[in-house]
Design a protein around this ligand. Sequence first.
Ligand code: G3I
Length: 359
Amino acid sequence: MLNRRDLLVQMAGTAGVVLRPSILGDITPDGLRDIAARRGLVYGCAASTFELRDAEFVLALAREAGMLVAEYEMKRGIIEETRGVYDFSAGDTLLAFARSHRMTLRGHALVWHHKNPSWLEDALSSPRAETLLTEYIAKVAGHFKGWLHSWDVVNEAIAPLDGRPDGLRNTLWLKRFGPEYIDIAYHAARAADPTALLVYNDWGCEMGAPDNDRFRAATLDFLEAARGRGVPIDALGLQGHLAAFGPQVDQKKLAHFLDSIHAMGLKVFITEHDVYDADGPMDIILRDRAVADSSRRFLDVVLNHGATIAVLTWGLSDRFIDPPSLRDQLIGRFPRQLPLDTSYRRKPMWNAMARALSS
Ligand code: G3I
């Protein structure tokens, strides 16, 4: 009976992929997905279809991830670039890949103020504009009905610094429909796909600064009020974008916040975890250690809380991160914010996540 390592080597051989010794050495029976599953959790990551053309990356992805989310290919700017013309090809490719590798797929994101098609803003000024929201959600969530684990229905709707009493971000959606756009979106998503968990996804609740205190308070008020109106939100998505050399997570404040979320009966996803390291020293060992420490500090809190069901990183390997500034490129400083390096080798962040997932 082949063990997982030998099976992967055989698969690679069959696929004509020559695994460098460093990769062979790194293959252990357990990926993050196995470690997470032993605690009834899911680990996954964001991916894009162009990454799936790299056979060596696919081996690492299949070993480590139990769930995928489209980094950008299931956003409206890609799906409905031309009004009324829906292109699901990328999402379907990611869904097929996930299913063939025993993974689940998350949807991201039905309603956001970024990455919208160029025609949308003008179209919103028409009298029957609400159908631009409801018909899109019905079409897209309907297309993937029954196949997705969850949807980020509304993404990043909170911004206390915008100065509204309700703490909402003053987006094109809010300007056109008022706060009701959120209720409309979640009810439309629930009607289109009753099987998917519906998630509210945002950043800003993780750190311990006063702005984050305000963000956490606004998020609790928003979720409490929405649930009180019967808005079908099942979970909060904490994006988990951290900074290794910036403000850090306040573990007590975060734990207390998660208690409040849990008390509402909501689940928690960590949806886009990565640790920005651009402000650190050139020394890779120091940067990797600081990234790992930040990740562990955060995950120790969220993973030891009964509400958390899944952790996804915003990519798996540093290889596919958008290139840094020209200055950083010239001095040879490239981002190291994800569990695997550019050669798909496990980094201290991988070890920190493995320990947090298994502790
Ligand atoms: O590389 C393709 C190119 O081949 C293609 O022709 C072109 C067509 O638009 O797209 C190129 O891809 C770009 C992609 O980044 C490259 O990674 C997309 O244009 C560009 O929109 C995309 O930006 C994404 C951004 O959201 C907007 O969609 C980033 O990848 C993605 O990391 C970022 O993710 C957001 C989350 O959705 C929400 N939370 C914050 C997070 C980080 O900004």
